[in-house]
Design a binder for this molecule. Sequence first.
Ligand SMILES: Cc1ncc(COP(=O)(O)O)c(C=O)c1O
Length: 463
Amino acid sequence: MPPDEFRSHAEAVGRWIAGYLEHTRNIPVYTSPEPGFLKSRLPDEPPGGGEAMEVILEDFRRDVVPGLTHWNHPSFFGYFATSASAAGILGEMLSAAVNVNAMVWKSGPAATELEDVSTDWLRRMLGLPGRFEGVINDTASSSTLYALAAARNRAYPDAHAHGLFGQRPGRVYASEQTHSSVEKAALTLGLGRTGYRAIPTDDRYRLDVSALKMAIEEDRAAGFVPVAIVPTLGTTSVAAIDPVAEVVDIGRELGVWVHVDAAYGGPAALVPEVAQRFAGWEGADSIVVNPHKWLFTPMDCSVLYCAHPEELVRTFSIVPEYLSTAEGAETRSLMDYGVSLGRRMRSLKLWFVMRYFGRFGLRARIEEHLRLAELFASWVEASDEWHVAAPVELGLVAFRHVEGDDRNHAIMARVNASGRAFLTHTAVDDQVVLRLAVGNVRTTEDDVADVWALLQDAAAASG
Ligand SMILES: Cc1ncc(COP(=O)(O)O)c(C=O)c1O
């Protein structure tokens, strides 16, 4: 593409993005498309000759955009928010432009060092000690897999050389509220389904530490090898905060690796009152925090902090001749910290976000989300028809209409069909519960008030 043509398309794309961000509130957050709607519109065969960029961009606007679920919409309250701030989008655009692949220092010196700096800045913002070294992965699922791989190699000193064949069975422990990525990691690491033990929770949906301790001791007596314990700070269904200090103590006492899943809740440690509730996480062996969830950084960006980076490197480092470098001893080779060789320069968008908002700007936005969640919960509590289904610990409210699972599903379907807000559900104590996750950088009190009005209208209409 000739440079002048590129310049003109880049300006058009920049204008489109600016308009999209300015007016996202006015487009449907979700259009309830039928499965197959897009495939039926697009040709089966790829084009033989090249097409004009104007036409491609027009098809993107006409066919693709209306079929998206708009995570950047201020009334997107489903799952956990992953909102792209403008600063983060600019960082993402530039990382595509320079297209660096930071496998080893030489293949991306500034990218490698910016990953050191940005993960270290985030560590300081979260109040974690300097022994934690950060590395950026695509998702928390990968970060957890890599942490548990290092934990597995510590638990089975021969595994690195010989695998797990002929070894005693191993187990990873987490609460029954834990995200499925932990069980998936145990499966991927060859521990099998029996290699994951879900521990009961207390009346606030927090991991029951005495049940945990008993389970590990019982398993040890039965010949299992405890591999890791995974407490969560902000569980997926209800944002429960596991008693991490007690779990870390148990890990130390029994010699078991503790990996903290703070994928969602981690950024809230910027708020001093929340940081107090995370006290003890600094004693963990590894921690995952996702800037792409609650730190306004576009997908994908997950930071794995490890207090024993040498164990991660021992687990993953294989250096063929074509990747060996003279600087090896003085610098990090990011390829040594996980499975991927090629890696995007994800640090750029995180660095942009931290610089643009600053520590206090980020904290203020998270504090506002915490306030909005409390406010919404107070409206729910004040109503006879609704109740809050779990304590509100962070930016998430789990709530339910009093009249049964079907009614709750019907209400959610109506709200989502309106295109004016988007919610998702979960199950708590075997009951359907709706979730309002506040975490989008553009969400205001009016948006939260609007979804509450929508929910009440939908309840009246579905009765
Ligand atoms: C607590 C928790 N951990 C892990 C994950 C997985 O995150 P990712 O999509 O980055 O793999 C999620 C996803 O929502 C989550 O809520």
